[in-house]
Design a protein around this ligand. Structure first.
Ligand code: DQQ
Length: 650
């Protein structure tokens, strides 16, 4: 026997025992009892039980067997209890139905927690797709390119990545429409298939020539990342859909001139024809940190020469992208053809540049001198980068075109996402275009543009609610009945308050970012909440705020507050805004909001300023997205008219 394996047997008992070890040597076979113990237990005094006599042993055996029997009976009873439902007679159908009914009342979802949150995420992401803004079926889109009207169709091209929802592999997407609202997608118009555009078919413009045929000029990024200007023509100009485009063999036509970097030369404008019968185009560039527009001239779009003076330049503005240049009328409300350049006292020119450094589109109104071939802004304080912007929200790389069918100039702007790239990949798409906007010069000021959604948008207007003459006391919050939804067109006007009835100490300059809609003032913030949850945990406020300047002048600021627009994380929460130039004769303040799932386009005071916001509500979606009027200022404000239309999908 191995020491320590078996013990507790006195020497005397050991003598009386017939001890035999099995092969493992661990079983002590004695006269009537076994003691099997774990290793080393010999050392534990409590186990050092004296060996028992034969009588004691029989009693022990009896007790032991009885205990086993009782344990077995208990186990049997337990098994019967556990399997009772199986053994019991079947319940009645009624009973079963009742128990199912009561179970279904419990708020127990049929999915697991993980599935549930995945479904919520899917719902949240799919709710963001717009219903009547231009966007391709999937993947990434950026700048609007080459819009034009041709043989009864509006053509819209755009920078497009056919492979993913992020920028890259840039091609030209192409869609057509007869009303600028309902679009029909066509095949890609141009892909990077030449050495000079192997790294991307970048932005450009269309020009419809006097013989009625269109051409496209665009920037190619070569296989060595050099930017050049190139031309494409329709394979069949009788095809009103212009489905096939051919890059001309003379490409590349223009390469960066001396003094301009290989990657600082892009985005040709629509060409304009001058009285010397030469066509001209402008191209964005930079010299050091000075942003500028070069001008090239040609008679045949094949031989080009660089004009010695720039169209315009502004120190410190960095690279100018997507330059646009066009005439506007000082007297009429019609748009003007780009080639209208003769010196005319009733015509002004607008120069626009998209500033690569801050991603804003600035425009300036001035005079184009055909003699000096240069543009001079009317007000140097409102030059590119200093003064006016098309839009004070999310808006970039815009382009206009002249629509001869309705004699109007139309503006498109690229509206990027402001959520994470990961969310865009999950959604499978990124970016929308603004609703196309008509552009005219504000005849009252002669110094700024007015923008308004094209009238065709109104064809989507459906049910409407109207409210009038409602006084909003300080702190008022009024839910607008019948106005819930994620597809709305809203027009509201407020009476301009009687600011002079109050004596106020002069106020500091107001910035929308100072607390957004929650910073309480005297006259404002007041306006609208859209995408608002019932309990307001999500809300996008668009509002006015009036301040008194030290010189005694009241300033009207308009803001679009995204800071409480979503419970989601990782999204932009900027409060956008700008001061507006309200005419002293206007005794009202007005807003038009185009609301479409994840975009709010705001037109202020009949288009004097615009703000585009991207918002990503998580609970204030679809019918749970409500509209409220609010006044967070201390003085009453009168809402004059509020009209809210439900909008159909395009
Ligand atoms: N996007 C294009 C360029 C342009 C820029 C490339 C502006 O041609 O300068 O996708 O967003």
């Amino acid at each position: 026997m191995a020491p320590g394996k078996v013990s507790f047997v006195s020497d005397k008992e050991r003598r009386n025992s017939r001890v035999a070890e099995n092969e493992a040597g661990k079983i002590l076979e004695g006269k009537g009892f076994y003691v099997l113990m774990p290793d080393n237990k010999a050392d534990y005094p409590e186990f050092k039980t004296p060996a028992r006599s034969l009588g004691t042993c029989i009693i022990f055996r009896f007790v032991f067997l009885t205990a086993i029997c009782i344990a077995m009976i208990m186990c049997l009873l337990l098994l019967i209890c556990l399997y009772q439902p199986l053994l019991a007679p079947a319940k009645s159908v009624k009973d079963t139905a009742r128990s199912k009914q009561s179970a279904s009342k419990l708020p127990v979802p049929s999915t697991t927690k993980g599935e549930r949150s995945a479904n919520l995420v899917d719902k949240f992401l799919s709710s963001q797709r717009t219903a009547f803004h231009f966007q391709p079926e999937k993947n990434w889109m950026n700048d609007p390119n080459g819009p034009m009207f041709y043989r009864g169709y509006y053509h819209f091209f755009y920078q497009y990545n056919p492979d993913a929802a992020v920028w890259g592999n840039i091609t030209w997407g192409h869609s057509v429409s007869t009303d600028l609202i309902h679009w029909h997608p066509l095949n890609l118009a141009m892909v990077p298939d030449q050495w000079y555009d192997a790294e991307g078919v970048w932005s450009g413009s269309a020009t419809v020539l006097p013989d009625g045929k269109p051409i496209i000029l665009y920037t190619g990024l070569s296989n060595e990342s050099v930017q050049s200007q190139n031309m494409a023509v329709p394979e069949d100009s009788f095809d009103p859909l212009l489905r096939k485009w051919v890059k001309v063999p003379q490409n590349p036509m223009l390469v960066p001139p001396p003094g301009i970097g290989y990657t600082d030369f892009r985005d040709p404008t629509t060409a304009w024809l001058e009285s010397d019968r030469l066509w001209r185009i402008a191209i964005g560039a930079k010299e050091g940190t000075t942003g500028l527009a070069l001008v090239y001239k040609t008679s045949d779009f094949l031989d080009w020469s660089l004009q010695s003076n720039f169209l315009h330049k502004v120190a410190g503005t960095g690279m100018w992208e997507c330059v646009d240049f066009y005439p506007v009328s000082l007297t009429g409300t019609n748009g003007m053809d780009t080639s209208k350049v003769e010196v005319d006292l009733l015509v002004k020119h607008v120069l626009k540049a998209s500033l690569y450094d801050n991603k804003h589109d600035y425009y300036t109104v001035g005079v184009y001198s055909g003699d000096f071939k240069t543009f001079i802004p009317d007000d140097p304080a409102k030059d590119i980068g200093l003064g006016l912007r098309y839009d004070y929200g999310k808006f970039y790389a815009s382009k206009t075109f002249y629509d001869p069918a309705q004699e109007r100039r139309i503006l498109w702007g690229w509206v990027n996402e402001s959520d994470s790239e990961l969310d865009d990949l999950k959604k499978g798409w990124a970016s929308v275009q603004t609703i196309p906007r008509t552009l005219i010069l504000d005849r009252h000021t002669g110094s700024n543009l007015l923008q308004w959604p094209v009238h065709e948008l109104e064809s989507l207007r459906g049910d409407k609610v109207v409210f009038q003459d409602k006084v909003l006391d300080g702190g008022a919050l009024v839910k607008v009945d019948g106005a819930s939804g994620a597809q709305l067109d809203i027009e509201v006007s407020f009476k301009y308050p009687d600011v002079h009835k109050l004596y106020l100490p002069e106020q500091k300059e107001y910035e929308c970012s100072q607390g957004g809609a929650t910073l309480r003032g005297v006259f404002g913030p007041f306006g609208l909440l859209v995408f608002a949850a019932d309990n307001l945990v999500e809300q996008t406020a668009v509002y006015f705020y009036l301040t008194l300047r030290p010189d005694g002048k009241w300033v009207t600021t308009v803001c679009s507050d995204q800071s409480r627009s979503s419970l989601a994380t990782g999204i932009d929460r900027t409060v956008y805004g700008t001061a507006i130039n309200k005419s002293p004769t206007e005794n009202f303040l007005s807003l038009r909001l185009i609301v479409d799932h994840s975009i709010v386009e705001t037109f202020v005071q009949q288009g004097i300023a615009c703000i585009t916001s991207r918002v990503y509500p998580t609970i204030a979606i679809d019918r749970d997205a409500h509209v409220f009027l609010f006044n967070n200022g201390s003085e009453s404000i009168t809402m004059q008219t509020l009209q809210v239309w439900q909008m159909s999908s395009a």
